[in-house]
Design a protein around this ligand. Structure first.
Ligand code: SAH
Ligand code: SF4
Ligand code: F3S
Length: 462
């Protein structure tokens, strides 16, 4: 049963198995980090059913796209891919095409209209994939888009598909109970539910035992994580408690998390971060807009002033804490003044980084039903460009302040530009590049920042 502490498959190999005799599955992942982790859950389930992963689509008998619906362009990309999958089916008899994830949940049977797709499975139905696949025939595509109030895949050990074996995602909850008016996630992922913390700790420990040095705890709103212990209310666990449990596994295991919600991030979480060296000093705190009128219409449930107070608290308790955000340009009815408020807000906070988007109306959301999508595309684009340019200046400014600072960096890979250089992230999530000096991926090193760009801290080993 989901949600219970189980011991079943925690012992098994967490890396893809290579067995040439098995049928092959090819998995493409779109969207957020939660989808990346879901693909690892899917692979685990399919490996148990006899499949092996391939990175070569031409040898796959099952092709899966784990999809995203967050903006219209995300879905348009998938429609384009479906047309390319059509060619695979023409060339090779018996190839099965599956669309899973958020777009599967949103569009359901409509995906079958293309006459390419054999399988449609929503985010809570992955345990049924082996059964669905068995039932597929050319004339009977299979579909399961039931959402669940309990499913957390707590007992399934994801099969890790990352390349470096250093950093892994762990989903600590699923779904979302906020109804931000622009957002499709509550419809594609269902109601919020938290995963048993003991299975989370066990998964993190297993990763650490397998050489991983960093875990990133994932949820749409991690600050509302709450586990009700079935036996005793004294043992209930909130997000601060969970952070502490994972931090105690080993000082050699770093912990990151995403996403925090400005309305829910608590002092307790901030103090817990400050207390443990191995909890990374970075918070991704999406603001969406700097205008109170827009925030209200977006149903974000905080104000500009509230957010600024949270930032002040974070910076007073954790000096140097990395702070990144998401911003939406051109939401319904956004005036020039609302847009200016977003710019002035970004300047006031001076974020270290931001993901910035044009508003994209999503069918079925509150905003789509209530507010006309009335900002012309050219205006959205112009505002977004202004936001991106400002953030570029802010990122550079924030990086320039780092010159001369020392950071402990976890090495994640070899620099793309120079084979003799390595890169990794500092605790505050900034990317540092430095001469390799004989060090290897997965090691911690101390570096000193010597110069920077808006994206990178150029550093030397100390
Ligand atoms: N749960 C996270 C965000 C998940 S979606 C949170 O609440 O912060 C990631 C980002 O996509 C959002 O923060 C928002 O900036 C953006 N986004 C979501 N819906 C969008 C839409 N309809 N149009 C444009 N951007 C959107
Ligand atoms: Fe979407 Fe809001 Fe939930 Fe984030 S908190 S996933 S933006 S509804
Ligand atoms: Fe996209 Fe679904 Fe994530 S809509 S952003 S893949 S939760």
């Amino acid at each position: 049963m989901p949600g219970q502490i189980m011991n079943c498959d925690m012992e098994k190999n967490i890396r893809p198995i290579t067995d040439p005799s098995r049928p092959k599955v090819y998995i493409e992942t779109y969207g957020c980090q939660m989808n990346v982790n879901d693909s690892e859950v899917i692979l685990s389930i399919l490996q148990d059913a006899g499949y092996a992963l391939t990175e070569n689509i031409d040898e796959a008998s099952l092709i899966l796209a784990n999809t995203c619906s967050i903006r219209d362009n995300a879905e348009q990309r998938i429609w384009g891919r479906i047309e390319q999958f059509r060619l695979q089916k023409r060339r090779r008899e018996g190839v099965m095409i599956g669309i899973v994830g958020c777009m599967a949940e949103r569009l359901k049977e409509k995906l079958l209209d293309s006459h390419v797709v054999d399988l449609v499975a929503g985010p809570d139905s992955y345990r049924t994939l082996p059964d669905l696949i068995k039932k597929i025939t050319p004339d009977s595509p299979q579909i399961n888009v039931l959402l669940s109030h309990e499913e957390t895949y707590a007992d399934i050990s994801p099969v890790r598909m990352d390349r470096n074996g250093v950093s892994a995602f762990i989903s600590i909850m699923r779904g979302c109970n906020n109804v931000c008016s622009y957002c499709v996630v509550p419809y594609t992922r269902g109601a919020e539910r938290s995963r048993d913390p003991y299975t989370i700790v066990r998964e993190a420990r297993e990763l650490f035992d397998n050489g991983y040095k960093e875990v990133c705890l994932l949820g749409q709103n991690v600050d509302s994580y709450y586990w009700k212990d079935p036996d005793s209310a004294d043992r209930n666990v909130n997000f601060a408690g969970l952070l502490e449990m994972v931090a105690k596994i080993s000082p050699g295991l770093r912990i990151r998390f995403s996403t925090s919600h400005p309305k829910d991030i608590s002092d307790e979480v901030i103090y817990t971060m400050a207390m443990y060296d191995n909890i990374c000093k970075h918070i991704h705190l999406p603001v969406q807009s700097g205008s109170n009128a827009m925030l209200e219409k977006m149903r974000r449930k905080y104000t500009r002033e509230w957010y600024l107070e949270r930032v002040a608290k974070i910076r007073s308790v954790i000096p140097g804490c990395g702070l990144t955000t998401d911003v939406i340009a051109g939401f319904c009815g956004e005036t020039e003044q609302d847009h200016r408020d977003t710019l002035s807000f970004m300047e006031e906070v001076c974020f270290d980084g931001a993901f910035m988007f044009q508003y994209s109306e999503r069918p079925g959301t509150l905003a789509a039903r209530k507010y006309p999508d009335d900002i012309p595309d050219e205006v959205k684009t112009a505002r977004l460009n202004e936001i991106i340019a400002l953030q570029g200046r802010m990122s550079l400014k924030s990086n320039q302040k780092e010159i001369g600072n020392r950071h402990v960096v976890l090495i994640e890979g070899v620099s793309k530009k120079n084979q003799d250089e390595l890169f990794g992230r500092a605790s505050n999530n900034k990317v540092c590049v430095f001469p390799s000096g004989g060090h290897r991926i997965g090691e911690y090193v101390t570096v000193e920042v010597t110069s920077c760009t808006s994206a990178t801290l150029i550093s030397k080993l100390v």
